[in-house]
Ligand binder design. Sequence first.
Ligand SMILES: O=C1O[C@H](COP(=O)(O)O)[C@@H](O)[C@H](O)[C@H]1O
Length: 260
Amino acid sequence: MSAPEVVVHADKDLLARAVAARLVTRLVDGQAGGGTAHVVFTGGGIGTAVLAALADAPARDAIDWSRLDIWWGDERFVPDGDPERNETGARAALLDHVPIAADRVHPMPAANGSDGKRPEDAASRYAEELRTATRPEDHGPVPRFDVLMLGVGPDGHVASLFPEHPAVHEDQRSVVAVHGSPKPPPTRLSLTFPALNSAREVWFLASGEEKAGAVRLALGGAGPVQIPAAGVHGRQRTLWLLDRSAAKELPVELTRPTEH
Ligand SMILES: O=C1O[C@H](COP(=O)(O)O)[C@@H](O)[C@H](O)[C@H]1O
């Protein structure tokens, strides 16, 4: 488990562009030995802004899109194409604009899909898809993701792991159904702590003053049941990529000068 590092950028736009640039470098490095890289997308405002910035970045062509697998950390269990789906936003922001093959994109199941109407069945099927993509060196039920991005809710939720919800206690399964989410829509699918914590690098993304309290608590020793963001760490690196507003409640010794 790696210690968190904090990087603060001036505003949301710069944060999105800096994360997109970082993503190009990290994915190119992950593909350098000739293998496949695995990345996990997040939904939400800054998560989608990063994907749009990546679509706009000329350096995106340095990524070999034929050797990249794309996964999601969570999804809203609504019909395919619904604007509430994280997949819908990611396709519009990035995936419709890059040369990636359909079988490299692994959206979580939709409520009207072939997995049926029960989110529990959909969660099990996605867990199986993850398992099928593992390599011997992954040593577990999910690929050892090169980069896993996570937006952070004002309540400290990450993916669809909400404070005090049953899913924060899951320690066996990789993917679970979530009912009664405090943030609509109420029914969701989410990777669990064991799956999130298998990533090589975890990048938290937070923008805006309404995230400042959750960021302070997550980095200040809160427990993962109350503040789920506190329960995720990369095996090699844990980065908190923030704009100034989201970082405003952090003690000065936790932040380092902005890169730009
Ligand atoms: O519901 C969700 O919320 C979080 C955070 O979203 P934001 O708009 O407050 O940044 C997001 O990371 C997650 O994927 C999504 O399903």
